[in-house]
Design a protein around this ligand. Structure first.
Ligand SMILES: C[S@@+](CC[C@H](N)C(=O)[O-])C[C@H]1O[C@@H](n2cnc3c(N)ncnc32)[C@H](O)[C@@H]1O
Length: 294
């Protein structure tokens, strides 16, 4: 790949998805984009760049999606789900006891293992949530992963990663060699496409935000901007959960770590207005509240 083609792709990916590639990631671009070029009947990456410069938004979206890393699995890292069950939910059951409703957002939900892990945690709480309205919103930049998440269908390999066998038996149905999460669990999760670089204020406020393993791909300025906007989207006494390799430290004062609870943050006192991103393309969501635990 020529240096100008690499620079073109680097800038385009940064602008469209936030992906911040260093100068030495040619191999990554080649391994992700050569298959796409071949599928599109193109000889190689120079032709792919030419086609992109031709301006087809649909093709550019395919390139951006092909460069996303969608790695995820059920109950990934375990600890955040322990926090959810042992710290977040017990507190919210008390503080929201009057309104009996909760809103949870998985801000980069990928193929659904994260939001469905949360849905299973809620189901496991049983009667404690009877009569509550719990919404789980799963968003992602990639339409492809959202489609898979909506289907709730996973391979044997995927259900063997992180999912306890009792939960597999209890909440999934086997379809040939595949497994589909049960319809009542699927109905607890709403899906919509959303780019975190764009305005998301229309989503309303959330009690819990899982934003895990996506900010690591962004530069510091982008992370700080997103933290600022997450701070305006989370309830003042809500919880933010980040990935194991992510932190707010040195990036924002708008969230504070909670003691020894790794990956768990609360809004700080100094929430300040942040600049909205240039693009404002998120339409108001149509969320259907789901009764959990019933
Ligand atoms: C590594 S996965 C993390 C999935 C899940 N949160 C977890 O921790 O297992 C990162 C996800 O972020 C999505 N993503 C990347 N850039 C994004 C952006 N600008 N806005 C929204 N989602 C994005 C990718 O499509 C991908 O599905």
């Amino acid at each position: 790949m020529t240096p100008p083609d690499y620079e073109y792709l680097r800038k385009l990916l940064k602008d469209h998805s936030g992906l911040d590639l260093s100068a030495d990631k040619q191999y990554l671009i080649e391994s992700r984009l050569l298959p796409l070029a071949r599928k599109a009947g193109l000889a190689g990456l120079p032709e792919l760049v030419q086609k992109m410069k031709g301006g087809s938004p649909a093709f550019i979206a395919q390139v951006v999606e092909a460069m996303t890393t969608n790695e995820t699995f059920f109950f990934r890292d375990k600890v955040p789900f322990d926090h959810f069950r042992d710290t977040i939910m017990p507190e919210l059951l008390q503080t929201r006891a009057n309104r009996k409703s909760l809103r949870i957002w998985c801000a980069a939900g990928s193929t659904g293992q994260e939001p469905y892990s949360l849905a299973m945690c809620l189901k496991e709480m049983g009667a404690a949530l009877t009569g509550w309205r719990v919404e789980i919103l799963a968003t992602d930049l990639s339409q492809e992963v959202l489609e898979k998440s909506r289907s709730g269908i996973y391979s044997q390999f995927e259900v063997q990663r992180g999912l306890p066998i009792q939960l597999l038996v209890k909440y999934f149905k086997q379809i040939g060699e595949l497994w589909q999460i049960n319809a009542d669990l699927r109905a607890m999760v709403q899906h919509r496409q959303l780019n975190l670089l764009h305005d998301f204020s229309q989503l309303g406020h959330f009690d819990v935000i899982f934003c895990r393993n996506v900010l690591i791909y962004f530069d510091q300025e982008t992370k700080t901007n997103i933290f600022g906007r997450l701070a305006r989207t989370i309830e003042p006494d809500g919880f933010l959960v980040l990935g194991a390799a992510e932190t707010v430290v040195g990036l924002t004062e708008q969230f504070k770590p909670i003691g020894e609870k790794r990956g768990l943050y609360r809004p700080g006192d100094s929430r300040v207005p942040v600049a909205k991103p240039a693009a404002s393309q998120v339409a108001a969501p149509k969320l259907t509240a789901m009764a959990a635990g019933a």
